[in-house]
Design a protein around this ligand. Structure first.
Ligand SMILES: Nc1ncnc2c1ncn2[C@@H]1O[C@H](COP(=O)(O)OP(=O)(O)O)[C@@H](O)[C@H]1O
Ligand code: SF4
Ligand SMILES: [Mg+2]
Length: 322
């Protein structure tokens, strides 16, 4: 895709989850590797919201951390605006990318330093990236507070003096402070009350419209994704099983897992389609099922599904969809 702003190319990430050496030696257990992300590729156009959905443990946060450069991939690459995040060349352009890409986490209390007041929290990246002197950074921080719906006077308060939703607003202001263009948001509203969630999502949309931001939005919640996404990627055990325009995916889900996820959302009116029961839990990623990893939970599974993993073709990875 030539007009891609962000290109994620065959990303893999494994973790060594072996027992300590002595215990392995005594028990005769082999080394164990967990494939958290197992060959994920997609592209995001500028100004788009690409959402990743999937159950807990499917590899969403691992993927997000690789996209922003907090975690090194085992294989694959992330290319943002033509700059490879893993390549050795382009050191200065990569540094510049770190300014343009920011991450928003689920728990703003953990991501904001409790000893700092809101103003300096927001002003810090402006100064750290050399974008302005202290005075100008403080002025911009006040502007940003207003922009995210807070009072410039809030600059003097500490994180614990704010509500959860207000803290997430501060985290967003801090992410925007270095004039970021691409925000990777990992479950940004999952820790908030439902009414507050909607306010934060609306703020994110308004900011996107005003500033032309590109989002990678990660959520286990399809209702959140439906409200926000242009394109959705459904993740299962480290792989994308379906990718497509949000509207199409909600109207005509093709992968059995996507259908199962949609059926599990109580407030989505799914007309004219037989509902599929949610079967069992996600399998252990240390010892994933052979063939299609979804087969133990799939009511349509055949012998072929148990033997051979389906590739992602035309936006879906399922032997029965052609
Ligand atoms: N640092 C790590 N060491 C070992 N295993 C990890 C590590 N980080 C994540 N995992 C494992 O990788 C899998 C995917 O985790 P994660 O990316 O956090 O999923 P999600 O965000 O979708 O819940 C999980 O099985 C998790 O236990
Ligand atoms: S490949 Fe087989 S087991 Fe996997 S989702 Fe499709 S039908 Fe189900
Ligand atoms: Mg996560």
């Amino acid at each position: 895709m030539s007009d891609a702003f962000v290109r994620v190319d065959g990303l893999h990430r494994s973790f060594d989850v072996s027992r300590p050496w002595l215990e392995r030696t005594l028990s005769g257990r082999p080394r164990e590797t967990l494939k958290a992300v197992d060959g994920v590729s997609f592209a995001i156009r500028r100004g788009e919201t690409f959402a990743i959905v999937g159950e807990s443990g499917s590899g969403k946060s691992t993927l997000a951390r690789m996209v922003v450069g907090l975690l090194t991939p085992t294989a694959g690459d992330v290319v943002i605006d033509g700059v490879s995040m893993t390549g050795r060349a382009d050191r200065s352009r990569r540094k510049e990318l770190r300014r343009r890409i920011q991450m928003i986490f689920q728990d703003p209390f953990a991501s904001l330093d409790p000893r700092w007041r809101a103003g300096p929290i927001i002003a810090e990246p402006i100064r750290a990236f050399g974008l302005a002197d202290a005075r100008e950074a403080d002025r911009q921080a006040a502007d940003l507070l207003r922009r995210v719906g807070l009072d410039p006077a809030d600059a003097r308060k500490y994180p614990h003096e704010f509500s959860g939703g207000q803290r997430q607003r501060i985290a967003i202001a801090r992410a925007l402070a270095p004039k970021a263009e691409f925000l990777v948001c990992d479950e940004p509203t999952s820790a908030l009350d439902v009414s507050v969630q909607a306010q934060i999502l609306n703020l994110m949309r308004d900011l996107q419209d005003a500033l032309g931001l590109t989002y990678l939005l990660i959520s286990h919640n399809l209702a959140v994704v439906r409200h926000m996404a242009t394109t959705i990627g459904v993740m299962y055990l480290g792989r994308l099983v379906e990718v497509g325009p949000a509207r199409t995916l909600f109207a005509e889900p093709r992968h059995p897992y996507t259908r199962m996820l949609l059926d599990a959302v109580p407030d989505l009116a799914m007309t004219g389609r037989r509902r599929m029961a949610v079967l069992g839990d996600a399998p252990n990623p240390i010892d994933p099922p052979a063939g299609c990893a979804f087969h133990p939970r799939c009511s349509l599974a055949t012998d072929r599904c148990r033997a051979q993993a389906p590739a992602l073709r035309d936006g879906v990875a399922c032997h029965l969809v052609d």
